[in-house]
Design a protein around this ligand. Structure first.
Ligand SMILES: C[S@@+](CC[C@H](N)C(=O)[O-])C[C@H]1O[C@@H](n2cnc3c(N)ncnc32)[C@H](O)[C@@H]1O
Length: 259
């Protein structure tokens, strides 16, 4: 992979946490983690969080009973921030945040009970290789529990490309049907896919209203007038592709067969 791994700059991290809460770089906060992983018995389980960001979700996984969480991410800046958060909260024995390079996962076969991910795999271009690696590091009977962003069929529209430009991030999106097929081809069974576009569409409009309302003073103070204007326009462009149904957030579950 050739794209930069420091796409999320300090300004972006400030903005995302202002909207979604300290340690959270994707929508939904603790409730999203409960929805995605709460249906499983996490008691004492070893979890791998791929694209863990600052680790806020990993703390929720611990409160849900996880035995140990290994969080991996490709951004040195974000990983430093996540490790510092864990040291400060005294959780660094239970949540181990590691910097990795994109590609094969640096773990032995059958190392984890659950592989978790939240709105991070959208940056990974080779999803077949990614799912093959997840299959390898999961124990037989182990599960994927993830949130991710999908797209509608067909090429990206100009609105979608404009949204990506505003984000300043590299996205590699497929449709939910393609995602399910790729999981199937990697050997997963019990694949469940939930499209949550309608819900996030409403939430994104509320987020934009908060940015222009209750968060406006903080945004101006933290990001300056140019940063404030940029992120308002970024969020407006997000609501456009959600309103069109072109950007389609989803939740995903799948199991590595027990034998
Ligand atoms: C939107 S953030 C979500 C972070 C976290 N999951 C959360 O919800 O707070 C996406 C994260 O994916 C990371 N990322 C991008 N490409 C990755 C890759 N190939 N492997 C692991 N992490 C990656 C980014 O550095 C970033 O921290």
């Amino acid at each position: 992979m050739t794209e930069t791994h420091e796409e999320y700059d300090a300004r972006m991290l400030t903005l995302l946490q202002m909207i979604w809460g300290e340690g959270f770089l994707s929508p939904g906060g603790p409730q999203a983690v409960r929805e995605i992983a709460g249906g499983f018995d996490l008691g004492g389980k070893r979890i791998l969080d791929i694209g863990c960001g600052l680790g806020g979700l990993d703390q929720v996984l611990l409160t849900l009973g996880a035995g140990h969480v290994t969080g991996i991410d490709v951004s040195p800046y974000i990983v430093e921030g996540g490790q510092e958060r864990m040291r400060r909260s005294g959780l660094n024995k239970k949540i181990d945040i590691q910097l990795v390079t994109p590609g094969p996962l640096p773990f032995a076969d059958a190392s984890f009970d659950i592989v978790f991910g939240k709105d991070a795999w959208l940056h990974i271009p080779d999803k077949a290789a990614h799912f093959a690696e997840i299959f390898r590091v999961l124990k037989p009977g182990g599960r994927i529990a993830a949130g991710d962003w999908m797209k509608s069929p067909g090429p990206y529209s100009r609105d979608m490309e404009y949204f990506f430009e505003m984000e300043g991030l590299t996205y590699h999106l497929v449709t939910l049907a393609q995602y399910g097929l790729l999981l199937h081809e990697a050997g997963f069974v019990g694949i469940r896919l939930a499209d949550i576009t309608d819900r996030y569409r409403a939430e994104a409009h509320e987020e934009l209203a908060r940015m222009q309302g209750e968060l406006a003073g903080m945004m101006l103070a933290e990001l300056g007038p140019e940063g404030n204007a940029h992120f308002i326009e970024d969020w407006r462009s997000l609501t456009v592709v959600l309103d069109k149904g072109e950007l389609r957030p989803a939740q995903i579950w799948a199991t590595r067969p027990a034998t």
